[in-house]
Design a protein around this ligand. Structure first.
Ligand code: SF4
Ligand code: SF4
Length: 187
Protein backbone atom coordinates (compact mmCIF):
# COMPACT_ATOMS: atom_id res chain seq x y z
CA UNK A 1 0.00 0.00 0.00
CA UNK A 2 1.41 3.40 -0.92
CA UNK A 3 1.49 6.15 1.68
CA UNK A 4 -1.11 8.88 1.54
CA UNK A 5 -1.41 12.28 3.12
CA UNK A 6 -4.82 12.34 4.83
CA UNK A 7 -5.87 15.89 5.56
CA UNK A 8 -9.21 17.32 6.70
CA UNK A 9 -8.38 20.48 4.75
CA UNK A 10 -8.77 18.59 1.46
CA UNK A 11 -12.13 17.06 2.29
CA UNK A 12 -15.71 18.16 1.92
CA UNK A 13 -18.80 17.91 4.10
CA UNK A 14 -21.14 16.45 1.47
CA UNK A 15 -19.94 12.91 1.94
CA UNK A 16 -20.27 13.20 5.71
CA UNK A 17 -23.83 14.43 5.37
CA UNK A 18 -24.67 11.42 3.20
CA UNK A 19 -23.17 9.07 5.73
CA UNK A 20 -25.01 10.77 8.58
CA UNK A 21 -28.29 10.27 6.70
CA UNK A 22 -27.50 6.54 6.64
CA UNK A 23 -26.54 6.55 10.33
CA UNK A 24 -22.93 5.66 9.58
CA UNK A 25 -20.97 7.58 12.19
CA UNK A 26 -17.37 7.52 11.00
CA UNK A 27 -16.39 10.33 13.38
CA UNK A 28 -16.34 7.99 16.37
CA UNK A 29 -13.45 5.95 14.91
CA UNK A 30 -10.35 6.08 17.11
CA UNK A 31 -8.19 4.04 14.72
CA UNK A 32 -7.84 0.95 16.90
CA UNK A 33 -7.34 -1.19 13.80
CA UNK A 34 -9.66 -4.05 14.80
CA UNK A 35 -11.55 -3.74 11.50
CA UNK A 36 -8.40 -4.03 9.38
CA UNK A 37 -7.00 -6.82 11.57
CA UNK A 38 -10.03 -9.05 10.98
CA UNK A 39 -10.67 -8.36 7.30
CA UNK A 40 -10.10 -11.54 5.24
CA UNK A 41 -9.47 -9.59 2.03
CA UNK A 42 -7.28 -6.81 3.43
CA UNK A 43 -4.08 -8.14 1.78
CA UNK A 44 -5.59 -7.28 -1.62
CA UNK A 45 -6.82 -3.80 -0.66
CA UNK A 46 -5.09 -0.57 -1.59
CA UNK A 47 -6.78 1.09 1.41
CA UNK A 48 -7.25 -0.76 4.69
CA UNK A 49 -10.75 -0.61 6.26
CA UNK A 50 -9.48 1.70 9.03
CA UNK A 51 -8.06 4.02 6.35
CA UNK A 52 -11.38 4.01 4.51
CA UNK A 53 -13.09 5.12 7.71
CA UNK A 54 -10.51 7.82 8.37
CA UNK A 55 -10.68 9.14 4.79
CA UNK A 56 -14.49 9.16 5.04
CA UNK A 57 -14.34 11.12 8.31
CA UNK A 58 -12.37 13.79 6.45
CA UNK A 59 -14.75 13.69 3.50
CA UNK A 60 -12.01 12.65 1.07
CA UNK A 61 -14.44 11.27 -1.47
CA UNK A 62 -12.21 11.26 -4.53
CA UNK A 63 -9.58 8.99 -2.96
CA UNK A 64 -12.26 6.62 -1.73
CA UNK A 65 -14.22 6.38 -4.96
CA UNK A 66 -11.13 5.67 -7.05
CA UNK A 67 -9.80 2.94 -4.73
CA UNK A 68 -9.75 -0.80 -5.41
CA UNK A 69 -10.87 -1.50 -1.87
CA UNK A 70 -14.49 -0.47 -2.36
CA UNK A 71 -14.83 -3.02 -5.18
CA UNK A 72 -12.87 -5.84 -3.56
CA UNK A 73 -14.72 -5.68 -0.23
CA UNK A 74 -16.70 -8.92 0.11
CA UNK A 75 -19.35 -7.41 2.44
CA UNK A 76 -18.65 -10.16 4.96
CA UNK A 77 -19.36 -7.78 7.88
CA UNK A 78 -16.37 -8.92 9.95
CA UNK A 79 -15.07 -5.36 10.29
CA UNK A 80 -18.39 -3.95 11.47
CA UNK A 81 -18.83 -6.81 13.94
CA UNK A 82 -15.38 -6.19 15.43
CA UNK A 83 -15.66 -2.42 15.65
CA UNK A 84 -15.96 -1.30 19.31
CA UNK A 85 -17.82 1.83 18.17
CA UNK A 86 -20.37 -0.03 16.02
CA UNK A 87 -19.33 1.75 12.86
CA UNK A 88 -21.10 0.06 9.96
CA UNK A 89 -18.11 -0.22 7.63
CA UNK A 90 -19.93 -2.67 5.37
CA UNK A 91 -22.67 -0.09 4.77
CA UNK A 92 -19.99 2.56 4.24
CA UNK A 93 -18.49 0.42 1.43
CA UNK A 94 -21.99 0.08 -0.07
CA UNK A 95 -22.49 3.84 -0.09
CA UNK A 96 -19.08 4.40 -1.69
CA UNK A 97 -19.74 1.86 -4.45
CA UNK A 98 -23.13 3.39 -5.15
CA UNK A 99 -21.63 6.87 -5.31
CA UNK A 100 -18.84 5.72 -7.64
CA UNK A 101 -21.42 4.29 -10.04
CA UNK A 102 -23.62 7.38 -9.91
CA UNK A 103 -20.69 9.69 -10.56
CA UNK A 104 -19.32 7.52 -13.38
CA UNK A 105 -15.94 7.21 -11.66
CA UNK A 106 -13.78 4.79 -13.60
CA UNK A 107 -13.67 1.71 -11.34
CA UNK A 108 -10.27 0.49 -10.20
CA UNK A 109 -11.60 -3.09 -10.52
CA UNK A 110 -13.89 -2.87 -13.59
CA UNK A 111 -15.04 -6.51 -13.58
CA UNK A 112 -16.69 -6.13 -10.18
CA UNK A 113 -19.14 -3.37 -11.18
CA UNK A 114 -19.66 -5.15 -14.54
CA UNK A 115 -20.86 -8.20 -12.60
CA UNK A 116 -22.81 -6.09 -10.08
CA UNK A 117 -24.71 -4.22 -12.82
CA UNK A 118 -25.44 -7.42 -14.75
CA UNK A 119 -26.74 -9.09 -11.58
CA UNK A 120 -28.96 -6.13 -10.64
CA UNK A 121 -30.29 -5.89 -14.19
CA UNK A 122 -31.34 -9.54 -14.00
CA UNK A 123 -33.09 -9.03 -10.64
CA UNK A 124 -34.86 -5.92 -11.92
CA UNK A 125 -36.17 -7.70 -15.00
CA UNK A 126 -36.98 -11.17 -13.69
CA UNK A 127 -37.18 -10.72 -9.92
CA UNK A 128 -34.40 -13.30 -9.56
CA UNK A 129 -31.19 -14.24 -11.30
CA UNK A 130 -31.44 -15.54 -14.81
CA UNK A 131 -27.94 -16.95 -15.00
CA UNK A 132 -27.52 -17.27 -18.77
CA UNK A 133 -28.76 -13.71 -19.40
CA UNK A 134 -26.65 -12.36 -16.56
CA UNK A 135 -23.51 -14.11 -17.81
CA UNK A 136 -24.12 -12.74 -21.33
CA UNK A 137 -24.53 -9.19 -20.02
CA UNK A 138 -21.41 -9.58 -17.85
CA UNK A 139 -19.36 -10.85 -20.81
CA UNK A 140 -20.40 -7.90 -22.95
CA UNK A 141 -19.63 -5.37 -20.17
CA UNK A 142 -16.32 -6.91 -19.13
CA UNK A 143 -15.27 -7.92 -22.69
CA UNK A 144 -14.03 -11.15 -21.10
CA UNK A 145 -15.58 -13.45 -23.69
CA UNK A 146 -13.51 -16.58 -23.14
CA UNK A 147 -12.96 -16.53 -19.36
CA UNK A 148 -14.60 -19.33 -17.32
CA UNK A 149 -15.80 -20.99 -20.54
CA UNK A 150 -14.92 -24.50 -19.29
CA UNK A 151 -16.69 -23.89 -15.99
CA UNK A 152 -19.79 -22.62 -17.84
CA UNK A 153 -19.89 -25.69 -20.07
CA UNK A 154 -19.57 -28.01 -17.07
CA UNK A 155 -22.42 -26.21 -15.30
CA UNK A 156 -24.55 -26.46 -18.42
CA UNK A 157 -23.88 -30.20 -18.76
CA UNK A 158 -24.89 -30.72 -15.14
CA UNK A 159 -28.15 -28.83 -15.66
CA UNK A 160 -27.14 -25.88 -13.47
CA UNK A 161 -27.86 -23.29 -16.18
CA UNK A 162 -31.40 -22.83 -17.51
CA UNK A 163 -31.57 -21.51 -21.06
CA UNK A 164 -34.93 -19.82 -20.41
CA UNK A 165 -35.62 -17.33 -17.58
CA UNK A 166 -38.00 -18.00 -14.68
CA UNK A 167 -40.00 -15.13 -13.28
CA UNK A 168 -41.38 -14.62 -9.75
CA UNK A 169 -44.80 -13.51 -8.44
CA UNK A 170 -43.59 -10.43 -6.56
CA UNK A 171 -42.21 -8.52 -9.55
CA UNK A 172 -44.26 -5.34 -8.83
CA UNK A 173 -42.66 -5.15 -5.36
CA UNK A 174 -39.22 -5.60 -6.88
CA UNK A 175 -39.96 -2.78 -9.34
CA UNK A 176 -40.95 -0.52 -6.43
CA UNK A 177 -37.62 -1.17 -4.74
CA UNK A 178 -35.76 -0.22 -7.91
CA UNK A 179 -37.91 2.86 -8.47
CA UNK A 180 -36.92 4.27 -5.07
CA UNK A 181 -33.32 3.19 -4.93
CA UNK A 182 -30.69 5.63 -3.73
CA UNK A 183 -32.75 8.81 -3.97
CA UNK A 184 -31.09 10.13 -0.84
CA UNK A 185 -27.77 10.26 -2.72
CA UNK A 186 -28.86 12.43 -5.62
CA UNK A 187 -26.95 15.68 -5.95
S1 SF4 B 1 -12.57 -1.04 14.42
FE1 SF4 B 1 -13.91 0.79 14.43
S2 SF4 B 1 -12.90 2.23 15.79
FE2 SF4 B 1 -11.39 0.66 15.27
S3 SF4 B 1 -10.28 1.50 13.47
FE3 SF4 B 1 -11.94 0.24 12.69
S4 SF4 B 1 -13.63 1.66 12.38
FE4 SF4 B 1 -12.17 2.67 13.73
S1 SF4 C 1 -16.98 -6.24 4.99
FE1 SF4 C 1 -15.34 -5.79 3.49
S2 SF4 C 1 -13.89 -4.47 4.60
FE2 SF4 C 1 -15.20 -5.46 6.13
S3 SF4 C 1 -14.08 -7.28 6.78
FE3 SF4 C 1 -15.46 -7.92 5.12
S4 SF4 C 1 -14.28 -7.74 3.23
FE4 SF4 C 1 -13.17 -6.58 4.83
Amino acid sequence: MKSMNISPAKGNRKLLKKLESRKIDVQTCYQCGRCSGGCPVADYFDLQPMEVVRLASYGMEQQLLSSSTIWLCASCDTCATRCPNDIDITALMDVLRELALRKNIKPAQPRVPAFHLSFMESIKRWGRTYEVGMIGAYKIRSKDFMGDMKLGLNMFRKGKLNLLPHSIEGKPEIREIFAGKGKEYER
